[in-house]
Design a protein around this ligand. Structure first.
Ligand SMILES: [Zn+2]
Length: 231
């Protein structure tokens, strides 16, 4: 590399060093997005090794799942919350990919049946334009890079934005989610085991609505994976 160019890069890194998205410390050579100390320190759920975990139970009686899990506990003030915030509001699509790859490593060693296709929960196109990317798509791409399962992103569409769900009761949330999602085509999905991917599971209403549309569209089996679970 040209000396001046190398100098410029070093100088750039001095002013804008790559920082850990969880603790803000400078990253060392070989670390990507998250430092080694934080990787060990994240609030992992280990749900991938427990079939009857809290996320799976959340969907009991609501939607038929092969398995369901989330990688981290999402609690206020934790590194998991900071990572999700960086991913959603700080223009960090690469962080989504990195977290997705971490999630993929968990899924690679879980005993459950492997899916045929990964589908991220879609954003409303307006929201995706303003954010610049769909964070769930980035997570799905990260998972795909480890599991070598293709990602489909055009089949499932979000027809309207739903706004905040937190002040609604369960029935209202369910009503609010009806007719939010639709399928563009079903040929690729028919008879498949689909892994539905989201960033954070709170009430499960979004995933339930997406899952219903997919199952009605001919998907044979459904599984769910998310970065984090807000208890
Ligand atoms: Zn860190």
């Amino acid at each position: 590399m040209h000396k001046l160019k190398q100098y410029s890069i070093d100088f750039f890194n001095l002013i804008f060093p790559d920082l850990c998205n969880a603790c803000g410390q400078q990253l060392y050579h070989g670390e990507q997005q998250i430092c080694t100390a934080c990787l060990y320190d994240l609030p992992y759920t280990d749900f991938h090794v427990y079939a009857e975990n809290a996320v799976a139970k959340l969907f009991y009686g609501r939607i038929r799942c092969q398995w369901a899990m989330a990688m981290l506990y999402f609690r206020k003030g934790t590194k998991a919350q900071r990572l999700v915030h960086q991913l959603k509001y700080r223009s960090q699509p690469d962080l989504g990919f990195r977290l997705g790859a971490l999630l993929g490593e968990k899924l690679a060693v879980q005993p459950g049946e492997k899916p045929d296709l990964i589908i991220p929960v879609p954003l409303h196109p307006k929201k995706e334009r303003s954010r610049g990317y769909n964070q769930s798509r980035m997570i799905a791409d990260g998972i795909s890079s480890v599991l070598h399962i293709p990602v489909g992103s055009t089949q499932l569409n979000r027809l309207r934005a739903t706004g905040t769900q937190t002040k609604r009761n369960r029935y209202d949330r369910y009503q609010n989610m009806q007719s939010v999602f639709s399928l563009a085509g079903t040929a690729e999905l028919r008879g498949k085991h689909v892994l539905l991917v989201d960033d954070v599971i709170t009430t499960g209403a979004t995933l339930e609505a997406c899952g219903q549309v997919l199952l009605e569209g001919g998907v044979a089996k459904l599984s769910i994976a998310a970065l984090a679970f807000a208890e």
